[in-house]
Design a protein around this ligand. Structure first.
Ligand code: DX5
Ligand code: ZN
Length: 220
């Protein structure tokens, strides 16, 4: 049976002057989740948006709010993002002091009624995820250095996706594999072959007339 590929447009690439329209457009074009790239200018060298934007969007669409927090001290902000509407809250392994803190944040996110995701940067070994995977709802494999949209896809993400696919299937876990950065119809094909479940795409989707066709291509 063909696996369903999910598409999560990243609003970082959207025109914020008409954000409601852009969200409407991707939802009517078949997107499954809305990917929010929260950046604090400390964990990554860029500042994007935070809780007020998420709050203003909550309840205006029926997609999953897939919130990717590229911030330091994620434990301090988890509750605020979940209250603002995060359905899935994905934080960075590299933002945590140790494995104990990672476990604590996963537990906190679940206690607050959201699903927990863990993201790893390109230079982080995928094996660091192994101790947490039984408790995670999602693993986000970065295929670019976090901080900016419009970057080139890094093929090192593919082996990580396959590694995770094997563990998740072997242990029959309910954990999604998501890839993020430089995704277009070509790189999406490579990621699907490797076993990905969710494709995040920003610059490949927003700002293009044929957004519906592009989403269909990613889902093929
Ligand atoms: C990068 C973000 C990505 C990025 C994707 O730090 O996490 O979600 O916005 O943008 P594209 O698809 O243009 O690479
Ligand atoms: Zn992202």
């Amino acid at each position: 049976m063909m696996k369903k590929i999910l598409v999560a447009p990243s609003i970082l690439a959207a025109d914020f002057n008409k954000l409601a329209e852009e969200i409407q457009l991707v939802e009517s074009s078949g997107a499954d989740s809305l990917h929010f790239d929260v950046m604090d200018g400390h964990f990554v060298n860029n500042i994007s948006f935070g809780v007020p934007v998420l709050k203003s969007i909550k309840g205006t669409h029926h997609m999953v709010n897939d919130v990717h927090i590229m911030i330091s001290e994620p434990h301090k902000y988890a509750e605020k993002f979940i209250q603002a509407g995060a359905d899935i809250l994905t934080f960075h392994y590299e933002a945590c002091q140790d494995d104990h803190e990672v476990h604590e944040i996963i537990h906190l996110i679940h206690q607050l009624g959201a699903r927990a995701g863990l993201s790893i940067k390109p230079n982080t070994d995928v094996k660091v995820v192994e101790p947490f995977i039984n408790h995670l709802d999602l693993v986000l494999v970065m295929s670019v250095e976090p901080g900016f949209g419009g970057q080139e896809f890094m093929t090192s993400a593919l082996d990580k996706i396959s590694y995770l696919r094997n563990i998740i299937d072997e242990r029959k876990l309910n954990c999604f594999i998501e890839v993020d950065g430089g995704i277009n119809n070509e790189t999406a094909t490579l990621c699907k072959k490797a076993g990905v479940d969710i494709l995040v795409a920003g610059s490949y989707l927003f700002g293009h007339e044929d957004i519906k066709e592009r989403i269909n291509l990613l889902k093929e």
